[in-house]
Design a protein around this ligand. Structure first.
Ligand SMILES: O=P(O)(O)OC[C@@H](O)[C@@H](O)c1c[nH]c2ccccc12
Length: 274
């Protein structure tokens, strides 16, 4: 199963990194930064409208090479100018051609919150996210025990990081809630076989109380997709491939935002009538 391969590759990678920079060194670097006030992304997600997390992803195991040209700092600037709410930076090298250096570099060109998109399986990676400028880490329920979920959420909070806790089915959503997740991402893609079911997030939405922010992830391509997700009361969307392939990324972001704005004015009308 591909997810097992990803986890194994990540274990090997982190073991090598620990030999380069020992845990204690990284930990003290991260702790020195923990006083820096982090952006409360969960709170931001509860403000009105559909928030957009745009991804920087040049390749993936399901799609192979998505783009041949990957000017990621230019794209980060373009996302920022277009009013994106956060940028997701793939840092997994073996399957997504990501790099932790991309995160650090992007941090230098934008002030928007950055999500370190990786297969977090070790506290080391959380310190590393902090040291390289992330505001948000990804915790994938499918690859963590309940104890790990809780510990990693706590560690992230202690460093001033927010966690996006990713679930794919009802049981995983319940585990995310039980661990105390403040932001849950429901992935439309099954990481075990990479099949995408766009309706998956909408089907599971009702399991999450309004106090917890919820993001729909993967397979979101068109404004109509964003509209359907907004109508289902999501706080945000995570968009990778569609933005990477779009020649005019600002235009696509704008269109997604317009869809959300229409929905808001509809709500206002309903409220006025009531
Ligand atoms: O490119 P898409 O279909 O818009 O999907 C983006 C994002 O949801 C996807 O990259 C993703 C969701 N969860 C992940 C976990 C690891 C790596 C990647 C992902």
């Amino acid at each position: 199963m591909i997810l097992d391969d990803l986890v194994a590759a990540t274990q090997t990678r982190i073991a090598a990194e620990k030999r380069q920079v020992p845990l204690q060194v990284l930990k003290s670097q991260a702790e020195a930064l923990s006083a820096v006030p982090a952006i409360d992304f969960a709170q931001h997600l509860h403000t009105p409208g559909l928030h957009i997390i745009g991804e920087l992803k040049q390749a993936s195991p399901s799609k192979g090479q998505i783009v041949t040209d990957f000017p990621y700092t230019d794209i980060a600037r373009e996302y920022t100018a277009a009013g994106i709410d956060a940028i997701s930076v793939l840092t997994e090298p073996a399957y997504f051609k990501g790099n932790i250096g991309y995160l650090r570099t992007v941090r230098g060109v934008t002030n928007v919150p950055l999500l370190r998109k990786d297969f977090t399986i070790d506290p080391y990676m959380i310190y590393e996210a902090k040291v390289n400028g992330a505001d948000i880490i990804l915790l994938i329920v499918a690859i963590l025990t309940d104890d790990q979920l809780q510990d990693y959420l706590q560690l992230a909070a202690s460093l001033g990081l927010t966690a996006l806790v990713e679930a794919h089915d009802a049981a995983e959503v319940c585990r995310a809630l039980a661990a105390g997740a403040q932001i849950i991402g429901i992935n439309n893609r099954n990481l075990k076989d990479f099949s995408v079911d766009f309706a998956n997030s909408i089907r599971l939405r009702h399991l999450i109380p309004p106090t917890v922010a919820v993001i729909a992830e993967s397979g979101i391509r068109q404004p109509a997709d964003a509209a359907a997700i907004r109508a289902a009361q999501f706080n945000g969307i995570l968009v990778g491939e569609a933005l990477m392939r779009a020649t005019d990324k600002a235009q696509l972001i704008q269109t997604f935002k317009e869809v959300a704005a229409d929905d808001q004015s509809e709500n206002l009308r309903v409220n006025d009538a009531g």
